[in-house]
Ligand binder design. Structure first.
Ligand SMILES: *Cc1c(COP(=O)(O)O)cnc(C)c1O
Length: 393
């Protein structure tokens, strides 16, 4: 008999009943240190007082009105995003994949309105992840997500990650946009070198192609800058955001320049819930923290401490671990054993991590993870790695 919850997930046998900062409390009372943060969502940890206050204050005032009316919380959040990024304008969604939908629609509409409806193709990359909507799976293109769901949304081309020659060989005259994650998350914490991001920007500038960045996982302070592309000193034309911006409340956004958004006039797009007062009140509170330069500087400091400790762990367990990669508090442990085995061994040590492709275990802790919690995380990872160590010959 089919379970009452549609069985599309392989769930771990863990039920968390409470969250406190970087900690999750299981129904049986065990306290897990959370280096997953709901897959890079709980940017300020669990039950952060400022977010609880923003949500409850808004909940006691007004929940929902629809986008038929002005929404002051939405205006405030859009203003904060515009003031702190390349963007001139913002549309609010409820998830990353909805942001992907709009990013693709916006890029196609842009060229349509410029008199080039044939410029509709989107170049994306192997190993990428853009969500589970029809545009999202077509954009990522992997068999794992698309098999059985055809016909797929047409107009996507997939190039190998880092395949410069394939990119150079592309005729961009029918291309609306290049869509890429500055750091692949699901793909196994694969950062795009700054040079490549600069090269993509230059290619887009020459050809007029729109550069769309998916910062759903790597954005909102995760790398120690508000957005990951800032490290490369370039700006996109359109950017997808979600996950961390809601700190645990469902919220996403598409940020764009005035030029890229020029086709999106009244009636061209919409969402019932997108930018609802509850979500935007929480989003404003998240932004107030993650835009603070002292907060970001401290994320960078704690991220290098964590990375240094992880390098030590890799050196101490060469049979289990191969290396550390990533940026800021978006780190991946490339495994020599099965990554799933390491995730399970970490569960046994009461530590939450997240598996990714390419046999990587992801560490995506709350951005508020303390120095003491970093030390505790290393102790627990040490325990997990030791449990997987081959018995000496
Ligand atoms: C999670 C994720 C998405 C999809 O977000 P949802 O909120 O699950 O729809 C898209 N892109 C990237 C890079 C992601 O990590």
């Amino acid at each position: 008999m089919i379970p009452s919850v549609l069985p599309t997930y392989n769930r771990a046998p863990l039920s968390f009943v409470k969250g406190e900062g970087s900690w999750l409390i299981e129904a049986d009372g065990r306290r897990f240190l959370d280096l997953g943060a709901g897959i890079a969502v709980n940017a300020l940890g669990h039950a952060h007082p400022a977010l609880v206050d923003a949500l409850t204050t808004q909940a006691n005032t007004l929940w929902h009105v629809s986008n038929l009316y002005q929404i002051p919380q939405q205006q405030a959040l859009a203003d904060k995003l515009v003031a702190n990024s390349f963007a001139d304008t913002v549309f609010f969604t409820n998830s990353g994949t909805e942001s992907c939908e709009l990013a693709v629609k916006m890029a196609r509409k842009y060229w349509n309105d410029k008199g080039h409806p044939e410029r509709s193709r989107v170049i994306a990359f192997e190993g990428s992840f853009h969500g589970r909507s029809s545009a999202g799976i077509a954009a990522a293109g992997s068999q794992k997500m698309t098999a059985g769901f055809g016909p797929l949304l047409p107009g996507f081309t997939h190039l190998g990650w880092g395949d410069h020659d394939a990119l150079k060989a592309e005729d961009l005259s029918d291309v609306a946009a290049i869509l890429i994650e500055p750091i692949q998350g699901e793909g196994g914490i694969r950062p795009l070198p700054d040079m490549c991001l600069k090269g993509l920007r230059a290619l887009c500038d020459e050809s007029g192609t729109l550069l769309v960045l998916d910062e759903v996982q790597c954005g909102i302070g995760r790398t120690g800058r508000l957005f990951a592309h800032e490290w490369a000193g370039i700006v996109p034309d359109i950017m997808m955001v979600a996950k961390g911006i809601g700190g645990g409340f469902p919220l996403g956004a598409v940020l764009a320049t005035e030029n890229a958004a020029s086709g999106m006039t009244a009636g061209t797009h919409g969402s019932t819930y997108g930018g609802n007062p509850l979500a935007c009140a929480v989003g404003c509170a998240v932004m107030d923290h993650v835009t603070d330069p002292d907060f970001l500087a401290d994320v960078c400091r704690r991220a290098s401490l964590l990375r240094q400790r992880l390098e030590g762990l890799v050196a101490a367990h060469p049979d289990v671990l191969e290396g550390v990669r990533g940026s800021g508090l978006m780190l991946g442990l490339k495994c020599k054993v099965s990554n799933i085995d390491l995730v399970n061994a970490a569960y046994a040590a009461e530590l939450i991590t997240v598996p990714a492709a390419d046999n990587v275990v992801r560490l995506l802790p709350p951005l508020t993870l303390s120095d003491a919690e970093i030390a505790e995380a290393i102790t627990r990872l040490e325990q997990a790695a030791t449990a997987l160590e081959k018995a000496p010959a």
